[in-house]
Design a protein around this ligand. Structure first.
Ligand SMILES: C[S@@+](CC[C@H](N)C(=O)[O-])C[C@H]1O[C@@H](n2cnc3c(N)ncnc32)[C@H](O)[C@@H]1O
Length: 575
């Protein structure tokens, strides 16, 4: 199972710049420039959310009214916005459920940007007696108010708002029965408090405070103050926050640089680098309970299987390493004050479907990789290879520039270099990606698993027998489905690893149905082939859901089940 350790800024949506002129009363031109850049993150968010909605990841008929043009983002970006949207939506629905018997409820969305939460919930009929208060910089609030005023679909959702007679007063850009739009810098606590009071926020009513990638854009002293201020003023409330974590691994560094280049530094990462630190932060700032999950935990443990299946089928997708890495670098947090909102906290199932591992890193001498010069150039991704005999290598599957290979290839070492021969296999046994081919003692190799599409892992086990021939006759290969598996059959998988062991083979991990990383180990022993050395299985790289770092080398003792992890230097740069 091979992991790609490089991450590029294409993992994040690029910012779409609208020309905005700031009227913020800020100290310096530099600070003013930063605030304008931070406002630009809203433009990027809304374009990405519209893209995900257009591809069917979630239903929202209103977001598109906040962009000039519907653009299509890469599947990885769409998935990222999907899981973000879903996590926030999950918490909103939990809050609604927990506070259903309360006569007045509120949502206070900080840095709401062009979010369509109010319009969507109103159309769904889910809003009931809930009143929404949105706060953003005055410039963003002004633009949003103007967009709402110029669009019938949006305006129709505010039947009691008369834009003409309801001119903006004292930073309240829209004042209506269930929707209020406020233009204030949330760092200005007193101004926020006074404006919200004027707009009709009831401080003692159950309130959901939402901050979706907002507070991290301000220096930590300010975001800490907002978290403390909300705990102090809202005795029956739930804080929902979605932001980044884990700045210190390769993905985290690319993520930080991306935002740095946009002049929108993400500040909270330094002081609060993980879910534990974020949880302590909220408790210290006056919240009674707090649950913080990374997005892998949310996706695998709180979304139902059929929903994950639905999403898997929306777009061709094959970037599972990046996807799991991305999900481990964002969190969804719920913190509560007061008994009512306690019930709305995120709750994980008792048995998590994500295996818990605590890697124990060990210092080892560096591993050395040496290219083999003079070998024929065969370009393909997802190809499998095995040494059939000294100087004879079989290659199967994979996808080259012209698509999938239907033929297997044999590389034969000769005196003056390597010769390559094609072998037509009957049927579709080798027409697959990310299968494994494992030499087994006594001759031949076992071809296992693979996939015909990212959604379609196969469970086939094919025995490849091999006759080395002699000087006159060619190498003979036959592909036979004759491997009968007795006992527990490994589930269909691709991108796993397999290695010869004790006359058979050991199979480890891979991706199963729906892209779920598997962590099982099977010993397939023929009754009539990772690498096992002295009863120890050595596994290199792979996809995992653990938040800490990227997979390195794992040495699993097959007798005791104990595991030793060796980190690889993932910052290695090519010369
Ligand atoms: C990444 S966007 C997120 C928008 C929205 N929450 C969403 O998820 O779609 C960040 C938003 O926070 C707002 N924001 C950042 N700092 C702010 C501050 N000090 N006061 C008010 N709004 C702020 C920005 O203007 C921007 O609209």
């Amino acid at each position: 199972m091979c992991s790609r350790f490089r991450f590029s800024a294409s993992l994040f949506a690029s910012t779409v710049c609208f020309h905005v002129c700031s009227v913020m009363p800020v100290n310096s031109k530099r600070e003013q420039g930063k605030d304008v850049a931070v406002q630009g993150t809203n433009d990027s968010s809304v374009v990405s959310k519209v893209s995900a909605a257009a591809q069917g990841y979630f239903h929202d008929d209103f977001l598109k009214h906040f962009v000039c043009k519907v653009s299509r983002r890469a599947p990885l970006i769409n998935r990222g916005y999907y899981v973000r949207w879903k996590a926030v939506d999950h918490c909103v629905k939990q809050f609604f459920h927990a506070t259903i018997s309360c006569s007045r409820r509120q949502i206070l969305s900080l840095g709401a940007g062009f979010d369509s939460l109010y319009f969507r919930l109103h159309a769904e009929g889910a809003l009931g007696d809930v009143t929404v208060f949105e706060v953003d910089f005055p410039e963003v609030a002004r633009r949003k108010a103007a967009l709402i005023n110029s669009n019938t679909c949006l305006k129709d959702a505010l039947p009691d708002w008369d834009a003409l007679s309801n001119q903006q007063t004292n930073a309240v850009f829209i004042r209506s029965g269930h929707y209020n739009l406020i233009g204030v810098d949330v760092r200005k606590e007193q101004e926020v408090e006074a404006t919200l009071s004027r707009a009709g926020l009831q401080w003692d009513a159950p309130t959901l405070v939402l901050s979706e990638v907002v507070l991290t854009y301000m220096e930590t002293q300010w975001s800490d103050a907002v978290i403390g201020w909300a705990a102090k003023l809202l005795p029956q409330s739930m804080f929902v926050m979605y932001e980044q974590i884990r700045p210190d691994d390769p993905f985290g560094r690319v993520m930080q640089n991306h935002f740095l280049k946009l002049n929108s530094t993400i500040h909270a990462l330094k002081q609060y680098p993980d879910t534990v630190a974020q949880t302590h932060r909220f408790i210290q700032k006056g919240w009674e309970k707090c649950v913080c999950l990374d997005l892998n935990q949310f996706y695998f443990d709180l979304l139902p299987e059929d929903e994950r299946q639905r999403v898997s089928g929306l777009e061709p997708f094959d970037e599972f390493e990046e996807w799991h890495q991305k999900c481990s670098h964002y969190f969804i947090l719920t913190a509560s004050k007061g008994s009512v909102t306690n019930q709305a906290l995120l709750t994980l199932p008792k048995a998590s479907s994500i295996p818990h591992m605590t890697p124990q890193w060990t210092e080892r001498p560096p591993l050395v990789i040496q290219p083999m010069y003079g070998s024929p150039s065969i370009e393909a991704v997802g190809m499998a290879s095995a040494v059939l005999a000294p100087g004879i290598i079989l290659l199967t599957g994979g996808c080259g520039r012209n698509g999938r290979d239907t033929a297997a290839r044999v590389l034969i070492k000769e005196k003056d270099g390597w010769k390559c021969a094609c072998v037509e296999a009957h049927g579709d046994k080798v027409v697959s990606l990310y299968q494994t081919l494992t030499s087994i003692p006594g001759g031949g190799a076992v071809l296992l698993g693979g996939r015909t599409s990212p959604l379609n892992p196969t469970g086939s086990v094919v025995w490849v027998t091999f006759d080395p021939g002699n000087e006159q006759s060619a190498v003979q290969l036959s592909f036979e489905n004759t491997m009968t598996v007795v006992g527990a059959v490994p589930e269909a998988r691709h991108s796993h690893s397999a290695c010869p062991y004790g006359g058979g083979l050991v199979i480890f991990g891979g991706l199963g149905k729906g892209g779920r990383p598997l962590c099982d180990v099977f010993y397939l022993r023929p009754t009539s082939s990772a690498h096992v050395i002295n009863e120890k299985l050595v596994v290199v790289g792979g996809v995992w859901l653990q938040a800490d770092g990227v997979p390195g080398v794992a040495v699993i003792n097959l007798n005791t089940g104990s595991c030793l992890e060796i980190q690889l230097d993932t910052d290695w740069k090519s010369q």
